[in-house]
Write a protein that binds this ligand. Structure first.
Ligand SMILES: [Zn+2]
Ligand SMILES: [Zn+2]
Length: 269
């Protein structure tokens, strides 16, 4: 009933007000974005008879979605995932962290107070998951520290997880808590990212039953070094999760980090 009502009203509103871009308000070319802010779908499969691209995209690590060095074939793991395998099986991302529309969406969502962008961004993530969404039972957001949530007014990963769960017809379990406030990445004197987040997360009291035996989709906005999702996945695995995978809007890589270093915007994580 609710779905029917919503689609009926959405149609009515579209007729009255043609859709505009959620980021900038310009005339939209699809449900959410103008031509400039349309998020390109990650790694579209080329038609079988297409010429190979002159400079093929670098394949992603099958576990953490980090771009592999050029020339490394698809289906491989990155050096870090070979050295210390993460507790998650794979990572779904909408794209890479770097100049482009996805970055503008995420910055507006995280740092521009645009909590309403959770819905279109979750819908983008839902499209990336495709049929594989059936492989999961529950969506778990990476939690924000309560103090940071207070200063921002909302927890963006939690909003994203709730919207995704609704779109994918999954349950959402806010079963993780952040116990320490980790200093922002790149702060002067900051220790390594891994040491930074170690023991920064724990399972909420009495939350084990929402995770035990379940196939968990862990949701964050941007995966930077991967240390945060690694730590969260370890906590979930210890709590008896049958399987953990990660879904995030963007994956930052080596080049993206170099880009952020000379960027006046706050870091993505
Ligand atoms: Zn726009
Ligand atoms: Zn990896």
């Amino acid at each position: 009933m609710r779905g029917w009502w919503r689609s009926w009203t959405a149609e009515g509103l579209d007729a009255l007000y043609p859709p505009s871009c959620w980021v900038c308000g310009a005339w939209a070319v699809d449900a959410f974005a103008c031509a400039e802010h349309r998020i390109p779908r990650a790694d579209p499969a080329p038609p079988p008879d297409a010429d190979p691209p002159p400079r093929p995209e670098r394949a992603r690590c099958i576990r953490c979605a980090l771009r592999l060095p050029r020339g490394v074939p698809a289906g491989e793991r990155c050096a870090e995932c070979r050295r210390v395998p993460p507790a998650f099986a794979r990572t779904f991302v909408c794209g890479d962290w770097g100049p482009g529309p996805l970055r503008e969406w995420v910055l507006a969502f995280k740092h521009g107070g645009r909590r309403d962008l959770a819905r279109p961004l979750a819908s983008e993530l839902r499209a990336v998951l495709g049929e594989r969404v059936a492989e999961f039972d529950v969506v778990v957001p990476v939690p924000l520290h309560p103090l940071r949530r207070l200063s921002r007014g909302y927890d963006q990963a939690q909003r994203l997880a709730s919207e995704l769960a609704e779109l994918a017809d999954l349950r959402v379990a806010r079963c993780l808590v952040r116990t320490r406030r980790t200093p922002p990445q790149g702060a002067p004197g900051a220790v390594s990212r891994a040491a930074n987040v170690r023991a920064a997360f724990r399972l909420r009291r009495f939350a084990a039953r929402s995770v035990a035996g379940r196939r968990v989709l862990l949701v964050d906005d941007v995966v930077t070094s991967g240390a945060t999702v690694r730590e969260c996945a370890t906590v979930l695995a210890r709590a008896g999760a049958a399987e953990v995978a990660v879904a995030a809007l963007a994956r930052a890589g080596d080049r993206a980090r170099a880009f952020d270093g000379c960027d006046p915007d706050p870091p993505p994580e």
